[in-house]
Design a protein around this ligand. Structure first.
Ligand code: IMP
Length: 190
């Protein structure tokens, strides 16, 4: 495969699960990058795109090298999109058990996972790529996986992301959709 080597392309995330999923997707597409294991401050917004754009802009100002990051979230229809942009905080606080409790009496469990990739190559040039996977919240935790993987069942599937295992998740996930768009663009632009 054609390798596009960029010695300074950075993926900034403190989440090792994200880093490993993204490495597999981008490697398959011949894109190499350095993982910068760091957290960064995020603005508050109801829009993942706005959060990702501002994070990428701030990081580029500090690091001055081409970089990308990903902001993602789980949006539950009957909870008006909650936890959405607050997914990380909600996972750390009430976790999957708390989300299942909130959903206890709710029959319609429709939800979606969203991923937004923001790529910055200069101060004013932020490119966004998004991936959405529709699905539903499981009745209970199933399988071993990180984050909300044990409670999210993608549409047309019977298993949670966690039960599917990483290889199958990688073929359908919100992250796969967003990073495939990013890869296709990155390989051809400029
Ligand atoms: P952020 O993108 O780092 O803001 O994280 C959003 C939160 O959503 C993460 O902390 C996870 O709890 C959750 N999340 C995002 N993507 C996934 C996924 O693929 N599986 C499970 N949980 C996820």
């Amino acid at each position: 495969m054609n390798q596009k080597i960029s010695s300074t392309l950075l993926f900034v995330t403190s989440n090792p699960n994200k880093a490993s999923e993204v490495r597999k997707i981008l490697n398959k597409n011949g894109i190499s990058f350095h993982h910068m294991n760091a957290s960064y401050q995020e603005i508050q917004s109801s829009s993942l795109k706005t959060i990702a754009t501002e994070s990428a802009r701030c990081l580029y100002e500090r690091l001055k090298t081409p970089l990308f990051l990903e902001d993602s979230g789980l949006f539950i229809e009957q909870l008006s999109g909650f936890p959405g942009p607050y997914s990380s905080y909600v996972y750390k606080t009430i976790g999957n058990s708390g989300v299942l409790k909130l959903m206890f009496t709710i029959a319609n469990r429709t939800s979606r996972f969203e991923s937004v990739v923001a790529y910055a190559e200069n101060d004013n040039d932020i490119h966004l790529f998004s991936g959405i996977v529709l699905g539903r919240i499981a009745d209970k935790k199933k399988g071993k996986g990180w984050g909300f993987d044990p409670i999210f069942i993608p549409r047309n599937c019977d298993e949670t992301y966690a039960e599917m295992g990483i290889e199958s998740k990688q073929r359908v996930s919100h992250r796969y959709v967003a990073f495939t768009k990013f890869s296709n663009w990155f390989k051809t632009h400029g």
